[in-house]
Design a protein around this ligand. Structure first.
Ligand code: MEV
Length: 423
């Protein structure tokens, strides 16, 4: 656990000063720091073993969101993302939630679903009956594929059978509900599905085609909640603005898609930093958002009796801290170390909390000054630094560019020269 995630002025430090501060707060070693300072932190031969036809490595900035208190614990949040403003917005919203005690989050048990597709059965309900009546055998065979998982307390928890109608006729779909503990679980459950498929064919006389996990991980959810004091948000008017912004998303799928994109800005940035399967998370989130037959926002915002803002998030969160890219990518390992997470459940809770904070930041900005002002300020800052400004000069150049309403590199250079000539 970090001592505190509250680091006023962190954004004003240089990269190397930020690394030093991180070392102090997150107990990093010299080796960890070396990794952060490296231009290419993933060795090319590691990359070559991860995917096929490797020719290089793509760099994505890794930032640290500050101010997070989740389940009463302080967290510094590593976020890998190419989009400006996201890390700043998360830190800002976290600061507002902090005023009300932070964000509470709880993830369910890590239950993944594997699907086995059975077709060509003359009587689907007879097949369903047969499969369910031999559930125990199915579970034993599935569990026998992964003794390590069983040893750490995971394994198949249940078997469900659904008869679905499809354009190719009725199908009997068996679900293995598997507790995958600290893994994301895709490999685990795919192996199990493949192992039990021959039994299902033998018992029913049908033909199995697909044996694969479902990314609609609706048994592996995270719920996050926060209460933001109205004063911390900027007054009751802003509370109303955020509630109206949410209601817009609840009433209109065109808005809900953008609303959820904002949540995923936070979720996926942490996912990328910690080596998760980001596509699985996206697929799960959007399928869950559409579970009621209409695409809906993944959060709810409401005003309590005292005029404070209350936020709630609920979404699938299939993440792991063992296996996959987590195991081989040194930056992913370091990100987990910075977070100090002990279980996949804890990581899911952090990611839910970040999603909620990210959503709050977007809605607050959209309902008040709009998001462009913040974007322009950050852009101006980047230009000032590119123009060569250092220390106090950065703020002076930014201020002057914003005052003039001219955010360009030539203007940044001109202002910098004039500041220096006056010294
Ligand atoms: C931009 O990346 C994300 C937002 O569009 C999210 C939202 O509109 O809620 C600002």
């Amino acid at each position: 656990m970090v001592k505190t995630s509250r680091i006023p002025g962190y954004h004003k430090l240089s990269v190397s000063e930020r690394i030093d501060k991180l070392r102090e707060l997150a107990n990093l070693t010299e080796e960890d720091l070396e990794l952060l300072r490296k231009a290419v932190p993933l060795p090319i031969d590691t990359a070559d073993r991860m995917i096929e036809n490797v020719v290089g490595i793509l760099g994505i900035p890794l930032g640290i969101a500050t101010n997070f208190v989740i389940n009463k614990k302080e967290y510094l949040i590593p976020m890998a993302i190419e989009e400006p403003s996201v890390v700043a917005a998360a830190s800002n919203a976290a600061k507002m939630t902090r005023a009300g005690g932070g964000i509470m989050a709880e993830a369910t048990d890590p239950l993944m679903i594997a699907q086995i597709q059975l077709v060509n059965v003359p009587s689907p309900y007879t097949a369903k009956y047969v499969i369910l009546s031999r559930k125990r055998e199915l579970i034993d065979v599935a569990n026998s594929t992964n003794p390590v998982l069983i040893k750490v307390g995971g394994g198949v928890r249940d078997v469900e059978v659904r008869v679905i109608e499809s354009p190719a006729g009725p199908m009997v779909i068996t679900h293995l509900i598997v507790d995958v503990r600290d893994a994301m679980g895709a490999n685990t459950v795919n192996t199990m599905a493949e192992a039990v498929a021959p039994l299902i064919e033998k018992w029913t006389g049908g033909k199995v085609y697909l044996r694969i996990l479902s990314n609609l991980a609706d048994r592996r959810l995270v719920r996050a909640w926060t209460k933001v004091p109205k004063e911390a948000l900027g007054g009751e008017d802003v509370v109303d603005g955020v509630v109206y912004a949410w209601a817009f998303a609840a009433g209109d799928p065109y808005r809900a898609a953008t609303h959820n994109k904002g949540i995923m800005n936070g979720v996926i940035a942490v996912a990328l930093a910690t080596g998760q399967d980001t596509r699985a998370l996206e697929a799960g989130a959007h399928a869950y958002a559409a579970r009621n037959g209409r695409y809906e926002p993944l959060t709810v915002w409401e005003k309590d009796h005292d005029g404070n803002l209350v936020g709630y998030l609920e979404m699938p969160m299939a993440v792991g801290i063992i296996g996959g890219a987590v195991k081989v990518n040194p930056v992913a390992k370091l990100s987990l170390k910075i977070l100090g997470v002990q279980t996949a459940k804890e990581l899911a809770e952090i990611m839910g909390a970040v999603g909620l904070a990210q959503n709050l930041a977007a809605l607050r900005a959209l309902a008040t000054e709009g998001i462009q002002k913040g974007h322009m300020k950050l852009h101006a800052r980047q230009l000032a630094i590119t123009a060569g400004a250092t220390g106090e000069e950065v703020d002076l150049v930014v201020e002057e560019m914003l005052k003039r309403g001219e955010i360009r590199i030539d203007v940044a250079k001109e202002i910098l020269e004039s500041i220096r000539s006056k010294k």
